[in-house]
Ligand binder design. Structure first.
Ligand SMILES: [Fe+2]
Length: 481
């Protein structure tokens, strides 16, 4: 056992010796060599990684315009609003061209100016207007129709440093591309400023030319659409006025009912897409009166039951006539809404005798506006109704004739807005007096007229109102009872 232990100990010594001698065998040179090799290997790997990063960066730079273009095309396919589309285009252009700012200027040929439809970085200066005949680079670009690429603005005579003074910005490089319509006329200028790494290149010019063509196409389309909308708007207004003008004393009824309805609709925060339906329905609500003989419309005194029936027909005629107009899908409810303005919540209205929720909400708004205007207008057979009585009629009609939400919304309207519409067709310009009513609601005015105690700031308002309300009334006319 002892012998075995000794022999083991000898073996350990030997193996330790062998290990020591095998480590030392390559010597210091060989160690250094392997260290160098390791270092080289790592260096090569690092360089390879660096090259890969550079290549990826180059690939990214190459793809950046393409991915920007993809987002622009995607926006065009999904977005219809011009402002939002132009925002996308300018934002993507900024990234694609590595520019600091982008602006889209549009020519306003009425005043020979260019104005900023989009201007990045101009908080507080939301719109810049530049004379078309002026000395700025943008105006120069619009006049000449040429691309202007300036590496250093302050070294170029065409640059006006006053613009920088005005905005507090420091312009360095400028690239301006004219925007042309289909006839080749300049309708605007696409401007990018301050490229981040050096001046704008000819490749940037090509990209911006393409993007400017997209922007100008969108602007031209939007302008054409606005022209059509204006035409439709004016045409419907003229049609509505032809009815109002048949009787000089109802002149302005359709426009006033439209404006009251819009005030009520806005205060009830109805959806944007309903506002135009409300506008056109209110404007055209009495169009069917074209079928009512003037002898009845102008009759001084009570109508016979047959005559009353003839008048009531106007709601049906409104529907029939408007149904022949090719309203767009967005406005397709106009004939129905317009023809429901005499319906009552309890079903006793005409011409369909609809009840409650079956009456379109927009028509319930018009019903309040229509009755209010009828009672507060001067008619050939009667005077304006005292406004506390009008208030009573609206209140009594709650939930049987009128939707109480619409009545409440009307009564809460700022008084000066109601008066502004009410007095809009009158001979006397009452705008100064109307401004005095800026701090009270319509219902507060009726309370004051009915004898409520005036607060200090309300003193004298009733007198001013009554003078305005009763101004120029035909002599001998009786108040409606
Ligand atoms: Fe009517």
């Amino acid at each position: 056992m002892e012998k075995a232990a000794k022999s083991q100990s000898k073996g350990d010594k030997k193996s330790a010796k062998e290990t020591k001698s095998s480590k030392a065998a390559p010597g210091p040179d060989k160690n250094l060599q392997s260290f160098e090799e390791e270092l080289n290997r790592r260096e090569v790997s690092l360089i390879e990684r660096e090259i890969k990063t550079i290549r990826m960066q180059e690939e990214l730079d190459r793809l950046r315009p393409l991915s920007g273009l993809y987002r622009v095309v995607k926006a065009m396919a999904t977005e219809r609003r011009l402002d939002s589309l132009l925002d996308t285009i300018t934002r993507e252009t900024q990234t694609m061209l590595k520019a600091d700012r982008c602006s889209v200027f549009v020519v306003d040929s009425n005043v020979d100016e260019l104005w900023t439809q989009v201007a990045q970085g101009l908080e507080g200066f939301r719109m810049i207007r530049i004379p078309l005949g002026g000395t700025s680079i943008v105006a120069w670009c619009a006049r000449s129709g040429d691309i202007i690429n300036i590496p250093d603005a302050y070294q170029d005579d065409r640059f006006d440093p006053d613009v920088d003074k005005h905005t507090g910005y420091r312009t360095r490089s400028v690239l301006c591309v004219p925007m042309l319509n289909r006839s080749g006329q300049v309708i605007g200028v696409f401007q990018v400023l301050n490229k981040k790494d050096g001046p704008f290149t000819s490749e940037d010019e090509d990209w911006l030319e393409g993007l400017a063509a997209v922007a100008s196409g969108l602007i031209e389309q939007a302008q054409a659409y606005q022209e059509i909308e204006r035409f439709v708007d004016q045409t419907l207004m003229v049609l509505a006025q032809t009815i109002d003008k048949r009787d000089p004393l109802t002149a302005g009824h359709s426009v006033r009912v439209t404006n009251y309805s819009l005030l009520i609709g806005q205060s009830l925060i109805i959806p944007d897409e309903d506002i135009d339906v409300l506008r056109y329905s209110a404007m055209m609500h009495d169009y069917g009166k074209i079928g009512v003989p003037e002898a009845i419309l102008w009759k001084n005194g009570r109508l016979t039951p047959e005559e009353y029936e003839k008048v009531q027909e106007h709601a049906r005629v409104t529907f029939d006539l408007l149904s022949h107009l090719p309203f767009t899908k967005r406005l397709s409810d106009v004939p129905f809404v317009a023809s429901c303005h005499h319906e009552k919540l309890d079903g006793t209205g005409y011409y369909r005798g609809l009840k409650g929720e079956d009456i379109p909400f927009l028509a319930r708004i018009i019903a309040v506006a229509d009755v209010f205007d009828a009672l507060t207008s001067v008619r050939h057979y009667r005077n304006r109704m005292p406004i506390d009585k009008v208030y009573e009629i609206l209140q009594q009609g709650r939930d049987n004739h009128f939707d109480s939400r619409c009545v409440d919304a009307f009564l809460r309207l700022p008084c000066h807005q109601v008066l502004g519409i009410m007095e809009s067709e009158r001979e006397k310009n009452a705008s100064d007096d109307i401004d005095l009513f800026g701090n009270i609601t319509w219902s507060r005015l009726t309370e004051l007229v009915a004898g409520a105690q005036a607060k200090r700031e309300e003193e004298g308002l009733v007198k001013v109102f009554e003078k305005m309300y009763n101004f120029g009334l035909p002599e001998g006319y009786k108040a409606l009872d």
